[in-house]
Design a protein around this ligand. Sequence first.
Ligand code: HPA
Length: 245
Amino acid sequence: MSSLAIIGGSGFSKLSGLVIQDAHPVETPYGATSAPVTRGTLNGNAVLFLPRHGAGHHLPPHLINYRANLWALRYCGAERVVGLAAVGGIAPRFGPTVLAIPDQIIDYTYGREHTFYDGTSDGVAHVDVTSPYCKELRGALLDACARTNQAVVSGGTYGATQGPRLETTAEIRRCERDGCDMVGMTGMPEAGLARELGLCYASFAFVVNWAAGKTDGIITMQEIEDNIAGCSERIMAVLTELVTY
Ligand code: HPA
């Protein structure tokens, strides 16, 4: 199988179990990546790793250099990219600690560098994103979940919001009317840029809170951290299986 990269999201600035071979800063035409690209192995199988928010989680979602990150991963040999994604749950089946492999996405972000085809060196192109996630990699993730006995929801629409603040109740109601099942802040432009580069990209989402207005209370960082902790072992089990493909 083609070489795999993992983009770590919230709670995954490091990958437990990753045996690091080396980590190199990559110079890109788009500037600096969030962190050096790490080459390593998971249970003996090669993988590339890049923490989206930086090694110390210092980059907020709207300031991540998504173009540099994806360009660097491809430059380092990645053909398949899994983006880990902490999300808030909107639809009833996406409660806290649920794992999900979304199949659609709506982009509510703004002001981010979201294309390689910005009219400069690469001219203009309009890539197809009818199915924004790579079918083969979604299938491989679902298969890895099955083989490791991890319950997972297959499909669902990810709403990508701007952040870094969480949403209002009315914003989540709008997302819900639009058909979003879950909400996160980094799914776009990552998925679109991956498609522009011809990378096979899929999102591995995990629910860390009910979205705004879905409970009587407010959303706390403590509940988000607790739910990340409640997902991380299962996520690592799935990824460790996935890298064998
Ligand atoms: N909204 C947006 N992004 C998120 C959320 C949320 O509720 N939880 C985790 N990432």
